[in-house]
Ligand binder design. Structure first.
Ligand code: SD4
Length: 323
């Protein structure tokens, strides 16, 4: 993270405030909000739902959860929740995590099957248990205990995709190369000093059963800290997990980087440690406590579009590419 060392952030008001916040001496005042930032096209509808929930008196956690429920419930989003593409054996295994920056507490689920709203289960892991992460069968049984209805998550379309993949004698597998990505990552700020991050995914399509991506791993797929801000990631979790992307970005912001610089610096660091990462599907979003946002991806075909909701305005934007 060389760029940070070269910058004299203490010379700037913003840098000084952020560093002080990181040291726990001064809480940086939040001046804008609410703001919602989400990955991909479906992030727009998710942000709009989050804003509506918040406006109607819901908490920031309610807003992020309900916002993420939108693509989870949409069968046309084939990388999240219902309709998400299955693993190599045709089973839809979902991952999700949510982190509350106020309490510095997260909840997550991995390899959850037959439950279409893993983000809601993740929230209950955070709120109803002493644990942070539940996986597989245990996560499923916990969801049932919490009143979730089991259902098939394969749609005719996702079943067909899987059958096509299976029937192709040259199909790619994750013993070899990744093929399909997306996910929803969302970060939100309430303007009163709280920040929350969440993400939900069916993971990499046709993954090896049991595989856990970055999304449900706290610090990788999501991270939120009320002293600094929040970040989330989308892309090849098998690459990104090794860089603990979300916490790395939040740490860079804590040392004074803007959200945009923090996103770019992390991607730069990934390329510096392994030039092959230029070709990797890596995309990140971040927000700080002033409501400043950042979004970046590598300069390849995995080009992140992201959605921002602020002051009643809902936009879909192109992220900056690392050249
Ligand atoms: C994973 N990061 O399971 C997720 C998938 C994703 O864009 O975000 N794809 O690796």
């Amino acid at each position: 993270m060389e760029p940070i060392d070269r910058r004299d952030f203490m010379k700037t008001v913003a840098g000084g405030a952020a560093l002080a916040a990181w040291d726990g001496r001064v809480a940086m005042p939040a001046s804008t909000g609410p703001v919602f930032l989400s990955t991909w096209e479906w992030g727009k509808a998710a942000n709009e739902r989050a804003a509506e929930v918040f406006k109607n008196g819901g908490s920031l956690l309610d807003a992020i959860e309900k916002g993420i429920n939108v693509p989870e419930n949409d069968p046309n989003v084939t990388s999240v929740g219902y309709g998400g593409l299955p693993n190599a054996e045709g089973v839809v295994e979902l991952d999700a995590a949510i982190m509350d920056g106020r309490r510095h507490r997260a909840g997550s689920v991995c390899n959850l099957h037959m439950i279409k709203n893993p983000i809601s289960v993740a929230r209950l892991v955070m709120e109803k248990t002493h644990h942070t992460t539940l996986a597989g069968e245990g996560a499923f049984r916990f969801a049932l205990k919490m009143g979730f209805e089991p259902q098939t998550l394969l749609t005719p379309q996702s079943l067909q995709e899987w059958q096509k993949w299976k029937a192709d004698p040259h199909h790619e597998t994750f013993w070899l190369t990744p093929e399909n990505h997306d996910t929803i990552g969302m970060v939100g700020l309430d303007g009163k000093g709280d920040v929350v991050a969440g993400c939900s995914t069916s993971g990499t399509a046709f993954k090896i059963p049991g595989r856990v991506g970055d999304s449900p791993l706290v610090g990788c797929g999501v991270y939120a800290d009320n002293n600094v801000g929040a970040a989330s990631a989308t892309g090849d979790g098998d690459v990104m997990t090794n860089y603990c992307t979300s916490i790395s970005i939040v740490h860079l912001m804590a040392r004074g980087a803007s959200p945009q610089d923090a996103c770019m610096d992390l991607l730069g660091h990934m390329v510096k440690t392994d030039p092959q990462n230029k070709k990797a599907a890596v995309a990140v979003i971040a927000i700080n406590m002033r409501g400043e946002t950042g979004a970046a991806c590598m300069n390849n075909l995995f080009h992140l579009k992201y959605a921002v909701w602020r002051n009643g305005e809902s936009q879909l934007l192109e992220s900056v590419k690392l050249i």
